[in-house]
Design a protein around this ligand. Structure first.
Ligand code: FES
Length: 105
């Protein structure tokens, strides 16, 4: 669902971009957060919890809980509710721990 006539933003939210979720192209709108764009495309599972291995999704939607972190353009642990979409952005769910400190070993 996309709001066509937003009472505050007017038509500022009409510029389309293409993002890629697990390699699949999805339609998004400039100024949307990554999480909002994914939700609009029926993607609700943003990753898997480390401890309980359960699906993670949007929770606080304001950068406080880290439930929405994803890998964006190769960078792990990006808060998808706080970052806006950009043309050609490549997004993957975080399903495991990042490879911290493993470079050069
Ligand atoms: S949903 Fe809580 S930080 Fe993004």
């Amino acid at each position: 669902m996309h709001i066509e006539d937003h009472p505050v933003f007017g038509n500022k939210l009409h510029e389309q971009v293409t993002i890629y979720f697990e390699g699949q192209p999805l339609k998004a709108y400039k100024h949307q957060s990554i999480a909002a764009a994914l939700m609009a495309n029926n993607v609700t599972k943003l990753g898997v919890s480390r401890k309980n291995v359960q699906a993670r999704g949007l929770f606080c939607s304001r950068g406080r809980c880290y439930s929405c972190y994803m890998t964006v353009n190769g960078e792990d642990h990006v808060q998808s509710c706080m970052m806006r979409v950009e043309e050609g952005m490549e997004i993957f769910p975080n399903n495991e721990d990042p490879q911290i400190g493993s470079e050069g070993e």
